[in-house]
Design a protein around this ligand. Structure first.
Ligand SMILES: Nc1ncnc2c1ncn2[C@@H]1O[C@H](COP(=O)(O)OP(=O)(O)OP(=O)(O)O)[C@@H](O)[C@H]1O
Ligand SMILES: [Mg+2]
Length: 248
């Protein structure tokens, strides 16, 4: 469990003259579920996108299983990207594609999947998220919660080693939220993968994670097991938790 699958060191990222990350370090253990908390605009989504090479770092190292993404070309990134899936904030289904085509999309771009096996994998993934048989529906016909579950099916279908979830429950009612939390845990148990979850939902964080991190002031300010995090003496953690607990 101490063997890191993701190791970020000395990471710097600015947009224009505005520094976002300064000397950020993060180590994610193989097989764990790590939740990242932090205020709006602190860089949670940017951090996830850096981890899959969708945004370029200014400086530093981002090691995935020992391989540094930072100096890699697009072509070199492809095989690494196929080992990770990301559930984008807002779900981000392609509106003009059916559910089946949406779920199949990442697999069609990876040579390790033969075209013949993809429909079966799509059906299996939709079954896992509790939406069997909806292959021919279009995203416009789905509720917000169903869209998130289809996006989750798309993320798990290629059986990645790492899943990055960007606010998987934001905007959902409490019942749908718990359902997504349960699915995240279920997927975790079934596939024994490593997950990073960005959320504003504290109960979700304590339910799904092994450890919780606070991103603040351009770096990972604290990273602890759930219980240690809850009792942290770090004033930044304390302030953040109190603010979250009083807000709806
Ligand atoms: N491609 C980009 N170009 C310029 N600035 C960007 C870009 N992406 C993000 N930013 C800026 O970086 C900062 C962090 O954005 P990010 O989306 O990571 O925040 P976040 O922590 O995910 O917030 P939220 O909780 O609201 O989703 C913001 O100030 C944002 O405007
Ligand atoms: Mg975000």
């Amino acid at each position: 469990m101490t063997d890191p699958i993701i190791e970020v060191r000395g990471l710097y990222k600015s947009f224009g003259s505005k520094p976002l990350f300064r000397d950020l370090a993060l180590s994610v253990r193989r097989g764990e579920t790590l939740t990242i908390l932090g205020g709006s605009g602190c860089g949670k989504s940017v951090l996830l996108k850096l981890l899959i090479g969708l945004i370029e770092a200014d400086r530093g190292a981002i090691l995935v299983d020992g391989l540094d993404l930072v100096p890699m070309t697009e072509a070199e990134l492809l095989p690494i990207r196929s080992r990770l899936s990301m559930l984008f904030q807002g779900g981000a289904l392609f509106d003009s594609l059916s559910v089946a085509e949406n779920v199949a999309y990442p697999m069609r771009r990876q040579p390790r999947f033969s075209p013949g096996e993809i429909p079966g994998r799509v059906a299996d993934a939709l079954g896992v998220v509790g939406l069997p048989g909806i292959e021919d529906m279009m995203p416009a016909e789905l509720s917000g919660g169903m869209k998130k579950r289809v996006a989750l099916a798309r993320a798990i279908a290629p059986e990645p080693e790492i899943i990055l979830y960007d606010e998987p429950t934001t905007g959902l009612d409490p019942v749908s939220t718990r359902r997504i939390d349960d699915l995240i845990r279920e997927v975790q148990r079934r596939m024994r993968l490593t997950s990073i979850v960005v959320t504003h939902d504290l109960p979700s964080a304590f339910l799904v994670s092994d450890r919780i991190a606070l991103l603040a002031d351009g770096h990972i300010r604290a990273i602890e097991t759930n219980e240690q995090f809850r009792r942290s003496s770090d004033p930044a953690v304390h302030t953040f938790l109190s603010a979250m607990e009083v807000s709806p």
